[in-house]
Ligand binder design. Structure first.
Ligand code: F3S
Length: 426
């Protein structure tokens, strides 16, 4: 890889031994993927995927100490993925004991380390949906990023038109510290070309999480160009379209390894370049109602007792927008009234960034949800499910990412609504 004079000097130790190691790591990373140069990170802020102080990650905490001792601070402030714990989320004393004494034992000290190297805010900096206006980490089209959280990377690339590879944890931090990342893959025009054409031919608007799942499992890490979806979600990136694409994208990224998709007539690059974005020889995948049904039916149910009554429901992986929260509040309220129930039949947790939660708490819908027994939290449901006792619980969700990584069972949003509002009468 060709380095600039300044980059070479850092590699040679001009800024100390630790910075030289940081640069060496990034050079090796770039070399592995055939990068020929490093390019400046141009986004205003970074975003880190590693938000949890899992006690066994001693190497990670040592590394953070080395950075801090060397006086290294990230060139850009950053946000971080959601916290793994929130006392408001239903639990029991044994689960709490495991979480606090055996799992996230280093949460407080790790957060201190994060603050020292550049975490923007310990109050509002923890969420995977850092690109919401309320959180304020919103890259511009063409910005180069050093992020790793897969749902945020695919959103930034596809919906915002920024440029970011599917990096790993630590690499995201090192890119933000150095202010440069190796140029390969999704940072290049060539790497952003679509090698799959997806023709959506469904009779109605497809469930975002299942469509994303179907595409992810088919194309894996390649770039899909989706035709026919704008008929259902329009040609403007309004709030509804953005929320749909957030959930769709997270499913493509977790059920497969998609880092970028183009939606014909809607996402920025597709609007500008149209089908010129499709690479020669691209394969075609047609998605109709039957295909979506096939994909959904193939999801395994890994509960010990598949007929168990659900004990907990998670909505909001990735985190919900303010509009999604208020929409859910009304739907739950109306469905419970219809069912003649006062409270949800299944303990329900909806997750959102702290910055959104603060705004939501000023709205009447917050009291509405509280009265119905729904908890709104900033937690990451996946990290909650990492607790072995949570993993054994019958948990339901409308998130295909949560289904993929945990024992949670997937339901479409309207089915999930029935589960939590009708319970045994569903
Ligand atoms: Fe976000 Fe945690 Fe889901 S990081 S996408 S809420 S797994």
């Amino acid at each position: 890889m060709k380095l600039t004079q300044e980059q070479q000097a850092i590699l040679d130790g001009a800024q100390g031994e630790v910075m030289a190691k940081v640069m060496k790591t990034m050079v090796m990373y770039g070399d592995t993927f055939g990068a020929e140069e490093m390019v400046p990170v141009t986004s205003e802020k970074g975003h880190l995927v590693t938000s949890f102080g899992f006690g066994v990650m001693t190497a990670m905490f040592d590394l953070m100490d080395q950075l801090i001792d060397a006086g290294i601070v990230s060139k850009q402030a950053f946000t971080v993925d959601p916290r793994p714990m929130d006392k408001n989320v239903p639990s029991n004393p044994i689960m709490d004991l495991i979480t606090k004494k055996f799992m996230y034992t280093k949460q407080a000290s790790y957060e201190e380390q994060l603050s020292k190297v550049g975490l923007e805010s310990r109050e509002t900096g923890f969420t995977c949906a850092c690109y919401f206006d309320e959180v304020g980490n919103v890259p511009k089209q063409g910005d180069i990023l050093s992020w790793a959280e897969s749902s945020a990377v695919v959103y930034a690339n596809s919906v915002l038109g920024a440029r970011c590879n599917r990096n790993s944890g630590i690499i995201d931090l090192f890119g933000s510290i150095l202010g440069c990342v190796p140029k390969f893959g999704l940072l290049t025009d060539e790497g952003r070309k679509a090698t799959w054409i997806i023709d959506v031919k469904t009779s109605k608007k497809p469930e975002a999480q299942i469509l994303g799942s179907a595409i992810g499992m088919k194309v894996m890490e390649e770039v899909p160009y989706v035709r026919g979806l704008d008929l259902f979600i329009g040609n403007e990136l309004d709030q509804q379209a953005r929320d749909y694409l957030k959930d769709f994208g997270a499913a493509t990224a977790s059920n497969g390894a998609v880092g970028l998709y183009h939606i014909d007539g809607l996402t920025p690059e597709a609007k500008e370049q149209g089908e010129a974005l499709i690479a020669e020889g691209a394969q075609v995948y047609v998605i109709d109602d039957a295909e979506l049904e096939r994909v959904e039916k193939a999801y395994p149910i890994i509960w010990k007792n598949p007929d168990a009554a659900p004990k907990l429901a998670f909505i909001g992986c990735p985190h919900l927008s303010l509009e999604q929260l208020t929409d859910w509040a009304h739907k739950i309220d109306e469905a419970l009234t219809d069912a003649g129930r006062k409270k949800v039949a299944v303990p329900t947790v909806m997750t959102t960034p702290e910055a959104v939660l603060r705004k939501f708490n000023e709205l009447p819908e917050a009291a509405m949800l509280k009265a119905r027994g729904v908890v709104v939290s900033y937690i990451c449901p996946l990290m909650y499910m990492n607790n072995p006792l949570a993993g054994k619980m019958p948990v339901i969700t409308n998130s295909n990412k949560l289904r993929t990584y945990t024992s949670a069972r997937y339901y479409k949003s309207d089915e999930l609504l029935k589960q939590i509002t009708k319970g045994g009468d569903r």
